[in-house]
Design a protein around this ligand. Structure first.
Ligand code: ADP
Ligand code: MG
Length: 700
């Protein structure tokens, strides 16, 4: 009989329509395949049986043989709890349930030998186990004996309805009985040999019913490898397809603009990382395919100059270029910086944002269309219908997390041949994550800061130390520096947050009287023009203190500001803290970041704060962030590949990911269409996976 793993779960003996419905609802198990892919979250050693008088306060999970002697319901603050007295030859203890009483009462047999298993609690000088697993001793002795017992993911509803871990195990046993361990091998023999992988059958069986610790770890490795391997195959194929299908402009040569700038105007020596990245960009644009590259570099790593030199490559080949920034302030900053270089090279450059006057707008439109304008800097305004280039060869997008993918592709539509696209981001994405979600994009990394940068000294202070912090701020201001004070603004508690901000502002005004200090305030409820006015006062050094919500997060450049005070720092995420800190440390002076918090801190908050104090490196911070929040939160929802991993974990399985990627690349390089006989299993599995809309849920 050919085995079809797409058989609905209802057909599995012992499941039936009710359980099937629950399994669908609670765990998205629709088919045999889904059940097979419900990987255990952990395993417990069931070779040891404890006696009640052996229990220790630090024992965690224990297995005990004994009998129920008594059951009673006890009222408590909310509802009731069901308490059973459980006894063996050495003593008695309690087993406790807070829900599902009816089912428990009906199913427990008094004075009959059971094996119970669960986590020990020490409460009121007695041991108890809440919600234990239970099995009749006679069944226990018959059941498939494995040293390691799998614990499956579950939900409250499932356990209330009697689908306990034992039931899950029984269903899997049944599945293996029905399928008689006859799964199609999904990896080619040459790969299994080379990587010393377990066969599909052995791996799938041992992940659920491990015969030994060593078989368990080999099974895990095989299945993780397979999962990551097929994600990589998919991403790399997508990338290859993109490159073969989407022709790009060929930037044949490096010419006068680039060379002149490099030899005479470049104000500093490029870092090795900048040079490497420029080579990567050059090689993309010099090939026949369209560039689609992500440039990652921490705040201050010098992305702008890389962008500008890429623009020069375009100009050398007679193409127009544009650079889009997420805010007006940033677009002005870029414009001012690049204009200086452009003047030296006699290149035309214009700025287009919401403040551009109608007349000038018209002029820009015309110059663009007749090809007289070389470079256009701007904001979303660049995406408007009316903005038409004569020959846009390269589009650069700064700070991509502010733009959606849809917006980005609007830029492309301006040409019949899409321009090369370079997306720059200062929010570092951990390399492992970039590798797996952006496998279809090419990624360049500037992982080196220009020489001579001082680390920003970062400290954590409690609210009770505020007076000292004020004194420190005054010292810095008296040295001529400027200070940011940032308050959190979370949408859900916006009103409270504004109150905090205003209270904070009032206390700062008291502490820093108008006679000696000038204070700016900027927040989201202000009109754009007022915000801008206050911003400019701070930029020009007319005010010494900037009190603000996170609106200043992105890109603002005030080199004279050397102190960043972050209020309620425990409420910010790591990447946000890092972005905020990046607002200082832009000048020659030593800069400081002070993280203010109350004494009440969760363990995650403590980790975040400690990470900030410990390191200035955006990539290290991103790795911690990924560990704390998981890939889902970090990337938003659109990058689904890594989010639904069934068994691999990109934060922990980096090495396997790297290996899988390396192997996938090598195979596709030799056999890009997967038509070599020896790669049959890959093609077949890949095609099967692609049949399903969300293929990652169905990786087998
Ligand atoms: P970001 O990557 O955050 O956009 P910028 O491009 O604004 O960083 O660069 C930050 C500062 O470092 C700028 O003042 C820039 O002129 C300077 N810079 C960039 N590259 C170098 C370098 N190789 N050597 C010295 N200074 C540099
Ligand atoms: Mg920048």
């Amino acid at each position: 009989m050919s085995l079809n793993l797409q058989t609905p779960i209802d057909y599995l003996k012992g499941v039936g329509p009710n359980r099937a419905k629950l399994l669908r609802q609670e765990l998205s198990i629709h088919t045999y395949q889904d059940l097979l892919n419900l990987f255990p979250i952990r395993y417990i050693d069931k070779t040891k049986y404890y006696q009640i008088n052996e229990l220790q306060r630090h024992s965690s999970e224990v297995q005990i043989i004994g009998e129920f002697t008594h059951l009673k319901e006890v009222s408590q603050k909310r509802g009731k709890r069901l308490v059973a007295t459980f006894q063996d030859a050495t003593g008695t203890m309690e087993l406790v349930w807070f829900r599902g009483h009816k089912w428990i009462r009906e199913s427990i047999k008094l004075n009959t030998k059971y094996v119970v298993f669960g986590k020990i609690n020490w409460f009121n000088h007695a041991f108890s186990i809440p919600h234990p697993e239970m099995e009749l001793l006679k069944d226990h002795e018959k059941s498939l004996s494995t040293a390691m017992q799998a614990i499956y993911p579950s939900t409250e509803k499932l356990s209330n309805k009697g689908i306990s871990n034992r039931v899950m195990i029984k269903m899997l046993q049944q599945l293996f009985t029905e399928t008689s361990l006859n799964f199609k091998e999904t990896l080619p023999a040459h790969l299994i040999d080379e990587q010393k992988l377990l066969s599909k059958n052995l791996a799938v069986f041992n992940i659920h019913f491990p015969k030994s610790q060593s078989l368990l770890s080999k099974s895990k490795f095989r299945l993780k490898f397979e999962e990551l391997f097929y994600i990589q195959i998919q991403l790399i194929l997508k990338n290859l397809l993109h490159k073969s299908k989407i022709k790009g402009f060929l930037f044949k040569s490096i010419g006068t603009y680039f060379n002149t700038f490099y030899q005479t105007h470049l104000p500093f020596e490029l870092t090795n990382a900048q040079k490497r990245v420029l080579k990567e960009i050059r090689s993309d644009m010099g090939s026949n395919a369209q560039m689609n590259r992500l440039l990652q570099g921490d705040v201050g790593s010098g992305k702008t100059i890389v962008a500008f030199m890429s623009i020069l490559m375009g100009l050398d080949n007679n193409f127009q270029t544009c650079l889009m920034a997420p805010t007006a302030i940033l677009s002005v900053q870029h414009y001012n910086e690049l204009k200086i270089y452009c003047n030296k090279l006699k290149i035309s450059i214009k700025l287009l944002n919401s403040s551009t006057k109608t007349l000038e707008r018209k002029e820009i439109h015309d110059l663009l269309e007749n090809g007289e304008l070389d470079i256009l800097i701007g904001t979303h305004a660049l995406l408007e219908e009316k903005v038409k280039f004569k020959n846009l060869g390269l589009a650069i997008i700064d700070e991509q997390h502010r733009f959606g993918v849809a917006q980005r592709s609007k830029l492309w539509k301006k040409n019949t041949i899409p321009p090369h696209v370079l997306v720059m981001t200062a929010t570092p994405i951990p390399r492992t994550l970039a590798m797996s979600v952006y496998g279809d994009l090419d990624v360049s990394v500037i992982d080196e800061l220009p020489p001579g940068r001082k680390n920003i000294k970062t400290v954590h202070r409690y609210d009770s130390n505020r007076l000292k912090v004020f004194r420190f701020m005054k010292d810095e201001i008296h040295k001529g520096r400027q200070v940011y004070i940032v308050y959190p603004l979370i949408q859900e508690s916006a009103n409270m947050d504004y109150k905090d901000l205003m209270d904070g502002y009032a206390s700062i005004e008291r502490e820093f009287p108008k006679s000696n200090y000038q204070i700016s305030i900027v927040h989201g409820k202000m009109k754009a023009a007022d915000k801008d006015f206050e911003m400019q006062r701070f930029v020009h050094g007319e005010t010494q203190i900037m009190v603000a919500t996170t609106v200043i997060e992105v890109g603002v450049n005030v080199p004279n500001a050397s102190v960043m005070v972050i209020e309620s720092a425990e409420r910010f995420g790591l990447s946000q803290l890092h972005q905020l800190r990046g607002r200082v440390g832009r000048g020659a002076e030593q800069s400081y970041c002070i993280l203010m918090t109350s004494h009440k801190l969760s363990s995650d908050s403590k980790t975040r704060l400690a990470t900030m104090v410990e390191t200035n490196d955006g990539f290290d911070i991103a790795e911690v962030d990924l560990r704390l929040r998981g890939p889902g939160d970090l990337m938003g929802t659109q990058q689904s590949g890594v989010l639904n991993l069934k068994i691999a974990d990109i934060t922990r399985d980096k090495d396997i990911l790297q290996q899988a990627r390396y192997v996938a690349k090598r195979i596709l390089k030799k056999d890009p269409t997967l038509t070599n006989k020896e790669n049959d299993p890959i093609l077949r599995t890949y095609n099967e996976l692609s049949k399903y809309k969300n293929i990652w849920n169905y990786i087998s």
